[in-house]
Design a protein around this ligand. Sequence first.
Ligand code: URA
Length: 209
Amino acid sequence: MAKVYVFDHPLIQHKITYIRDKNTGTKEFRELVDEVATLMMFEITRDMQLQEVEVETPVARAKSKILAGKKLGIVPILRAGIGMVDGILNLLPAAKVGHIGLYRDPETLKPVEYYVKLPSDVEERDFILVDPMLATGGSAAAAIDSLKKRGAKNIKFMCLIAAPEGVEVLQKAHPDVDIYIAGLDEKLNDHGYIVPGLGDAGDRLFGTK
Ligand code: URA
């Protein structure tokens, strides 16, 4: 079963509070999402592989460690996922960035892919799929289907706020994909919004409404 990590780091929790606040304007909202994405990424990369190297310090020769260079791909789900990309690239500036766009079919209510562009070497990369909100879990599950269909084997899912309903759907659909969350909320309302949540993440990031 997929593991669920809820980050309780004080800096993450502090910033999430201001992200939730309806009085936080677009500029500050964007900056906070950026910062939280960086802080979450710091935790998520804890299991990255290292290799030993030798380094000459001004004092002596020493054995030390660097990243083993496993290729990484970041994939935001359009459109709100884009708001988390720069924060991640602050820590991993060489990561490749793919994009997945989905819309909900008005008749079947199922997510339909309208745009997928991934790095060409999908099979060799570890992927981090990002979307600020894990609501029903439908888009995240479909985006992971889409990644797996193209050969991705090792995927993590990272979001700011999740509803328990979405976590359950994603865990059932993809038991191999661990889920990283900054705030696990109470429920979804009848309109598919997370309660208490933060409203529409895309609108708040891009200043649309
Ligand atoms: N998407 C959002 O942006 N907000 C929600 O609360 C749910 C889905």
